[in-house]
Design a protein around this ligand. Structure first.
Ligand code: PRP
Ligand code: MN
Ligand code: MG
Length: 182
């Protein structure tokens, strides 16, 4: 039993669900990349928590780096405009890049990011996304690692926010409509 936040309608993935799935993802990534080293890039701010947990399940030499991109601002819909708020510190050239994302929704963020990183001549680019939302209008993104499919609702927790709140919930849940339909 987990205490549920009063603004959360229902829990989709418990702390234990997340931990178990991320362990599996880490093992798979480790097996697929034997003998390689990785540059793991997380997309701030949402993916920071997922990345922190994922890298601890990957048994390979790796470097962690961060890029901040935002398209949602404080709304529940993507603005359609992706902005780089903070660029990487490391060079991508010749590296095996693994992008760690919290959620693939419209696909705008990832398609922008992949295009942007591809232009910096990496050896390879792969995506590990914790969640992939089941929506009708999603850019075709090649995600090698997907944690869970999730319904087309506004979800929060484990890094995912609404107006910068709820990122610190240990589980992932559906936000009550009454919270944003005011
Ligand atoms: C959210 C989420 C993903 C992106 C997914 O980030 O963390 O990065 O949206 O949506 P998309 O597939 O429709 O582009 P957001 O822009 O809210 O910034 P944040 O990570 O700082 O919350
Ligand atoms: Mn994000
Ligand atoms: Mg956000």
């Amino acid at each position: 039993f987990q205490d549920i936040h009063e603004d959360v309608d229902r829990i989709l993935f418990t702390e234990e669900d997340l931990h178990n799935r991320i362990c599996e993802m880490g093992r798979q990534i480790t097996a697929d990349h034997e003998g390689e080293s990785l540059l793991v890039i997380s997309v701030l701010r949402g993916a920071a928590i997922f990345m922190a947990d994922l890298v601890r399940e990957i048994e390979l030499p790796l470097e962690m780096d961060y890029m901040a991109i935002s398209s949602y601002g404080n709304g529940v819909k993507s603005s359609g405009i992706v902005r780089i708020l903070k660029d990487l510190t490391s060079s991508v050239e010749g590296r095996h890049v693994l992008i760690a994302e919290d959620i693939l929704d419209s696909g705008l963020t990832l398609s922008y990011l992949i295009r942007n990183l591809q232009a910096r001549n990496p050896a390879s680019i792969e995506v590990a996304t914790l969640l992939r939302k089941k929506t009708l209008q999603q850019a075709k993104i090649d995600c090698r690692y997907v944690g869970f499919e999730c319904p087309d609702e506004f979800i929060v927790g484990y890094g995912l926010d609404y107006a910068e709140r709820y990122r610190n919930l240990p589980y992932i849940g559906v936000l009550k409509k009454s919270v944003y339909e005011k």
